[in-house]
Design a protein around this ligand. Structure first.
Ligand SMILES: Nc1ncnc2c1ncn2[C@@H]1O[C@H](COP(=O)(O)OP(=O)(O)OP(=O)(O)O)[C@@H](O)[C@H]1O
Ligand SMILES: [Mg+2]
Length: 362
């Protein structure tokens, strides 16, 4: 998959920007705050109809304007025209001029993997951050995943509401609670299987990729779930055992909404023992492993975005990473310092210098 041509209208600090990209490496460089990340953010938005940096769509619209448009020619065997329009009324996604009624049918047609400085949260912050990232990634590979997740969350909400109602009324029917619990288990087991398989697949390669970057062997992702190795029956018992606590707290304490992952090295958990750089390398290894996994499942590479890749990494690690990128993989890198990239690699890349919302191709 490849973005050949991108046009931005009133997106962030760009009034009107047109860029033609290289099918391999694209290096977007310039000083802080000139609009480098905004370009890769636009690519991500076009793919997923939302940003990786903000939950407020209106932030994407250039200040003082009412609407933004992202338009691109995307090649996947043949070239298609993709377009995303964002304004007060919401968003509209089009392929070759045809608008999609449901965004969920449009999302994931452009497959993109992004590394951004925010992803360091993946190791440092709470499990909910890691679950969110897992959800985005797995849903890119499986259309059904988001549907199961939505169903699970709906039943979870109903169950929590019912637990609260029982606590207040005392005599409500437990049969209804059993139905909700069974539904929760059904959807939960589906999500669990998706997550378990996804992590199993990542673990086949992540150790090797991490050691190529960092020289440290043995990185492994551990999936932590209350559904681990449980059958439908034993889960019913788990929920029974937890019932008193659930009623007391008015919420469901067991389920895949508490799942987590950790990054383990032979010397311990990266969260507790890893340096900033080691953590960053592990997340980059995770993303590069995903790229390989997407390729093996879809038959073609996704697009790779590495936003602000170089900060906190030493030159050697940076070149270890860059050397690993396959020539068929279209990559976008943003950086303030292009001299970090070896000359031989620079010669094979297209460089874009950004100066205050304008581009200077070299
Ligand atoms: N909605 C908006 N309208 C106009 N300008 C905006 C909007 N949102 C962000 N900007 C501007 O975009 C610029 C930031 O762009 P961006 O995050 O792409 O910078 P960057 O080049 O990646 O910087 P850094 O090197 O610090 O990461 C800021 O100058 C900011 O004021
Ligand atoms: Mg930036």
């Amino acid at each position: 998959m490849e973005i050949q041509h991108l046009e931005l209208l009133n997106f962030r600090n760009y009034e009107h920007l047109i860029i033609d990209f290289n099918s391999k490496m694209n290096i977007i460089y310039g000083d802080n705050g000139v609009g480098k990340s905004n370009i890769v953010e636009a690519i991500y938005c076009l793919a997923l109809t939302k940003s990786f940096r903000t939950t407020e769509d209106k932030n994407l619209i250039r200040q003082g304007e009412k609407e933004t448009r992202i338009v691109a020619k995307v090649k996947e065997r043949v070239v298609h025209n993709y377009e995303l329009v964002l304004n007060d009324e919401g968003k509209k996604a089009l392929i070759n001029g045809n608008a999609y009624k449901r965004l969920s049918d449009y999302i994931s047609k452009i497959q993109v993997i992004v590394f951004s400085p925010d992803d360091l949260k993946m190791i440092k912050e709470s499990p909910s951050v890691r679950r969110k990232l897992l959800n985005v990634d797995i849903s890119l590979l499986n259309n059904n995943y988001l549907k199961y997740l939505a169903s699970y969350n709906k039943v979870l909400k109903q169950r929590n509401a019912y637990l609260k109602a029982v606590a207040v009324n005392g005599n409500s029917s437990m049969d209804y609670l059993d139905i909700l619990t069974n539904n929760l288990i059904d959807y939960g087991l589906k999500i669990y299987e998706y997550r378990k398989n996804f992590i199993k697949e990542l673990n086949k390669k992540i150790g090797e990729i991490y050691s190529k970057i960092s020289g440290i062997e043995g990185l492994n992702i551990k999936y932590i779930s209350s559904y681990s190795d449980e059958s439908q029956e034993s889960l019913v018992n788990l929920y029974k055992k937890s019932l008193e606590r659930d009623l007391f707290l008015g919420k469901t304490n067991i389920g895949i909404h508490h799942d987590d992952i950790t990054f383990l090295l032979p010397f311990g958990d990266l969260k507790d023992y890893g340096s900033e750089g080691q953590q960053k390398n592990a997340i980059i290894a995770y993303k590069l492993t995903e790229v390989e996994l997407f390729k093996s499942i879809n038959g073609s590479y996704p697009i790779l975005i590495l936003d602000d890749l170089f900060s906190e990494l030493d030159k050697k690690k940076i070149n270890n990473i860059l050397n690993m990128l396959d020539k068929d993989l279209q990559t976008f890198i943003t950086t303030t310092n292009v001299t970090f990239v070896k000359k031989s690699l620079r010669n094979n890349s297209k460089l874009y210098k950004i100066v205050d919302g304008k581009i200077e191709e070299e």
